[in-house]
Design a protein around this ligand. Structure first.
Ligand code: ADE
Length: 263
């Protein structure tokens, strides 16, 4: 899988070198390339932004600079007709390119999104700063037939798309075969198919600072695996009810839907 990040702060992505993802990049499992957006500017000041048309606070990132950068990274000609043909031809060969634009105004990034992106051949991240990227940029690539996802990692505002790109890259890359040491870790964790939060986990010592698992959770030490699985599920449900009523509502809606189909 090829990952490209276009940013005015290439150093921001350096932390990836320290992680499992950096190791995967070293082994060829993931090919990660970080690009400096300013490489596509043509003026002495390497300008990437301008004031918002219509007024308002802050600065907006220029579409012409982004267009040249993304054409290069997506390997598309600048001429829209030729670009559309290239995109169609690539799709025909089954090659999947996705342009991800992190933005607080995007659709919510979830584990489902991560699973979907993990199937792509190339994911290009366009990291905006300031008030964001001129809206014609995602619109243009969508018109060319490129799969464009404007994604928010949560209902809060960051200073730019870089931290969001890091989050998305980590969530996606760990789903690729060979990136994680133990593929089982991907299956059981929170937000996987069951739609419940993960149950609480424990290790030795059994008794610690007055918290004795032999007292509070004897099933765990029983060696009775069906019982352990049952109790873990109960804990997962209790946690989900207490912490994530929105997930419970979703599960209930799904169950009602399944009931309707069965009827
Ligand atoms: N850029 C700024 N805030 C963001 C958010 N919450 N998600 C994705 N990109 C962002």
């Amino acid at each position: 899988m090829r990952l490209d990040v276009v940013t005015i702060f290439p150093d921001y992505l350096r932390v990836l070198d320290l992680s499992l993802i950096g190791k995967a990049a070293g082994t060829g499992l993931i090919d990660l390339v970080v690009h400096d957006l300013r490489d596509w500017t043509h003026d002495r000041h390497r300008t990437v932004d301008d004031t918002p048309l219509g007024g308002g606070a802050g600065m907006v990132m220029r579409p012409d600079v982004w267009g040249e950068a993304l054409d290069t990274v997506l390997d598309l000609p600048a001429d829209p007709t030729a670009a559309r043909e290239a995109v169609t031809a690539r799709r025909g060969t089954g090659t999947r390119q996705v342009l991800v634009v992190p933005t607080p105004a995007g659709e919510l990034f979830t584990q489902r999104t991560a699973e979907d992106l993990a199937h792509a051949d190339q994911v290009v991240f366009a990291c905006g700063r300031y008030e964001g990227i001129d809206a014609r940029v995602p619109e243009h690539y969508r018109e060319l037939g490129v799969e464009v996802r404007e994604l928010s990692i949560g209902d809060y505002v960051l200073n730019g798309g870089e931290a969001a790109a890091l989050v998305i890259i980590e969530a996606v890359a760990r789903l690729r075969p060979g990136v994680l040491g133990n593929p089982g870790s991907v299956v059981e964790e929170s937000h996987s198919e069951a739609g419940l939060l993960e149950y609480p986990v424990h290790t030795r010592p059994v008794a610690w600072r007055g918290h004795d698992l032999a007292v509070t959770w004897p099933g765990l030490l029983s060696g009775d695996h069906p019982r352990i699985a049952r109790e873990r599920r109960e804990q997962a449900i209790a946690r989900t009810v207490a912490r994530r009523p929105d997930m419970v509502a979703r599960l209930e809606a799904q169950r009602l839907g399944a009931g309707d189909r069965a009827a």
